[in-house]
Ligand binder design. Structure first.
Ligand SMILES: *Cc1c(COP(=O)(O)O)cnc(C)c1O
Length: 364
């Protein structure tokens, strides 16, 4: 038997080279490389149709998507209520915009922001709520909407994990004033680097469209902007990958079900909402303690299998924050959660091997 390759938590989907090349040929025919070219338009249209959403903006990455979302909603100062359980970009984009993140702890079932704790964090300076549909699980969108309405706050969902997840029959991107996504190479659907903003209001959508290309149209300058435009080569990768999206999700589902069956009762798992059509973006498992997690990692690492501590540390403990808040649930979950390897061509034999190693490394 050939030596097993190193197994990481994720591996980028690679479309057939010939297919990618056929899109590159189009770029050579069109002789346009960027600035909202035909492939970017085609990808925006195809994704809008696939996700059944409107006002879809394809941008350079998921971090800038959050930053221009804040700008498009005219949030220039104040506090943003957010979750400590996410990738660092959720918090760093708020800080980068010179806004203050206010952390509200997560609930223990699926690790999204605890809606019952949002109201007590609202102050006269609060401008918006920025929750995360973490791992593709849905936040309590209706309650968040009610709170936002009551206090006149904007809602920006960091939906970087929520591509193709549907809640109450519609895309998770369809909630909030703006939802953002990431199409980074490690994500479920990728365009190498890339991201998106999905905007509820047509007017704000027009503004965001200007902001993403320096705030001007020809010689007419309307507002302060930035360069968040995407290139034709990135769009080409997206168009090629989109052809395989059903297969990608199906394969992830199959692998997730093997993990689920094998590890049932051995590890804690998020509770999927009944009305969520899940995208199988990640396979998070919670161990009994950090010691147990580290022991499992040690055993897996010996076999060149490298899961990741997603998410760690809890973002309320970042060293460059000005004030410290305590978020006990998030800090506890962060200390003992990991994501297991999950990608379409992960061998099912390896999945079984991973489960066996995990079970063998658990205490009692
Ligand atoms: C990946 C990710 C981002 C950042 O996206 P990039 O495209 O890498 O900039 C933001 N938020 C979350 C939750 C993410 O996982």
């Amino acid at each position: 038997m050939s030596k097993q390759q190193k197994i990481y938590v994720t591996k980028s989907f690679m479309p057939p080279k010939e297919l990618y090349k056929s899109y590159i040929d189009k770029i050579y025919e069109n002789q346009q490389l960027t600035n909202q070219g035909p492939l970017v338009h085609e990808l925006e249209e195809k994704l809008s149709t696939y996700l059944n959403v409107q006002n879809f903006h394809y941008v350079t990455n998921g971090t800038v998507a959050l930053q221009i979302a804040l700008k498009a909603l005219d949030i220039e100062e104040g506090e943003i209520i957010t979750t400590p359980f996410s990738y660092v970009a959720t918090t760093s984009s708020i800080l980068w915009e010179k806004l203050t993140p206010v952390f509200v702890d997560i609930e223990p079932n699926n690790f999204t922001i605890d809606v019952d704790k949002i109201e007590q964090a609202i102050t006269p300076k609060t401008k918006a709520i920025m929750p995360v549909h973490v791992f593709g699980y849905a936040c309590e969108v209706d309650k968040i909407q009610q709170i936002a309405k009551k206090y006149n706050l904007k809602v920006i969902y960091d939906a970087a994990h929520a591509f193709a997840s549907k809640y109450n029959g519609k895309s998770l991107f369809d909630y909030g004033d703006i939802s953002t996504c990431s199409f980074h190479a490690t994500k479920l659907f990728h365009t190498i680097e890339g991201g998106a903003c999905i905007v509820k209001s047509d007017e704000i959508s027009k503004k965001l469209d200007l902001i993403k290309r320096f705030g001007h149209n020809g010689d007419n300058h309307y507002c302060l902007g930035i360069n968040a435009k995407q290139s034709e080569f990135n769009a080409a990768m997206g168009l090629a990958n989109l052809r395989f999206i059903s297969e990608i999700i199906e394969k992830r589902k199959t692998i997730s079900e093997i993990y689920e069956n094998e590890l049932n009762g051995f590890v804690q798992r998020p509770k999927k909402q009944a009305n969520l059509d899940y995208n199988y973006a990640y396979f998070p498992v919670v161990f009994k303690s950090e010691t147990e997690l580290l022991r499992v990692f040690e055993e897996l690492n010996k076999e060149e299998i490298y899961p990741r501590r997603y998410f760690y540390p809890s973002l309320n403990t970042l060293p460059y924050l000005k004030t410290s808040t305590s978020c006990p649930v998030s800090e506890d979950i962060c200390s003992r959660i990991a994501c297991l390897p999950l990608y379409p061509d992960l061998d099912e034999g390896i999945v079984l091997k991973i489960c066996k190693i995990i079970k063998g490394a658990l205490y009692d």
